[in-house]
Design a protein around this ligand. Sequence first.
Ligand SMILES: *Cc1c(COP(=O)(O)O)cnc(C)c1O
Length: 420
Amino acid sequence: MTPVSYFPHKNNEMFVENIALSDIAQHVQTPFYCYSSTAIETSFQAYKNAFSSQDALICYAVKANSNQAVLATLAKLGSGADVVSMGEIRRAITAGIPADKIVYSGVAKTEEEIHYALSLGIFQFNVESEPELELISKVATSLNKTAAIAFRINPDVCAQTHAKISTGKAENKFGVPISKARIAYKRAASLPGIKVQGVDVHIGSQLTSLAPFEEAYQRIAELVNELRADGHEISVVDVGGGLGITYLDEIIPSKQSYADLVKAQLGHLNCKIIIEPGRSLLGNAGILVSSVVFIKNGEERQFLILDAGMNDLIRPSMYEAYHQIIAVNKGANELKTYDVVGPVCETGDTFAKARQVHKSDAGDLIAIMSSGAYGSVMSSSYNTRMLAPEVMVKGNEFAIVKKRPSYEEIIKQDIIPSWL
Ligand SMILES: *Cc1c(COP(=O)(O)O)cnc(C)c1O
């Protein structure tokens, strides 16, 4: 799936499935996120088909995009959920994902969160440290429950991705070092309220090569054999997420070749496989639609000033991420070179420098592509800008799946103390 697969131009006009984006923009003021339901379904089915010869459960990584409409779309197709907070568990359950398809990751699960997850009966805790293990044991015992656990293993491999989304090196905060894994499992087996069930690994995000996965899964397979020799029953291997997407011209291994790699490295263990894709399901299923507020002629550059900013989509300023920027109406045949910036009072509020975009005027619509994952979920109301609404399209229909708040709603969250 390329960034424009589900957002094609027809007669110079950008469409989402069968609807012209300009039609949606008339109903929903910019900026707004727009998702293609068919794109989400298609990429989920691609994973399902790729893993059809394996006992695999797809647990969508909710943090990539946690809108209820997105989760409900995936729930209907049989998806489970990989969650990292009580809030995400609640979102998953509310959207119809059953508790027994939920795996719970994250380095800082609190007692309250563990209590909640145990009371629901989730499939597995992916435990990131020994103190967390002890806490889960304590809470499980007090509830007279058993927590099925896997340790998240830090295999010390380089994911060859951006430093801020690389998680599988020894220096990262995630997981139990592979060298300490056997001690951790021994401790787990001795604790009340704990059932050792699996092994988990997640080495990073936006991986564009299979090589780091191969290295990690090789180490995990060896570890599973060692753990079994130590007497543990390991029936689940959670291989994490992390397969990348094409933002510009990255060539991403197919889901099938990824599935084949998992089978080749781990198939002989006869474990249930959990996969936790996020970006690769949602990234190219969504865009951020914005309007040009002004064209500003600087001394050296032309600025295309948008009504969307870093508060709406932080990836360019946070990760130096590249997003294609495309005029919704390509009527002007001429391309111009712009610095594409937002309204926020930070120099970092820049989507692209010296980028070629069709010549645009104030009021024109601009699409920031590949924004379906880690877009809306990372947004904020910095500069007291309203959170962008979200729209989902299916065929000839569209629906607002998250509405824009009012200024009253934003401001009334603050409370002036009585003594002021
Ligand atoms: C973020 C995350 C994922 C999803 O990563 P993607 O790169 O979006 O596929 C999966 N598992 C864990 C534990 C994560 O933290």
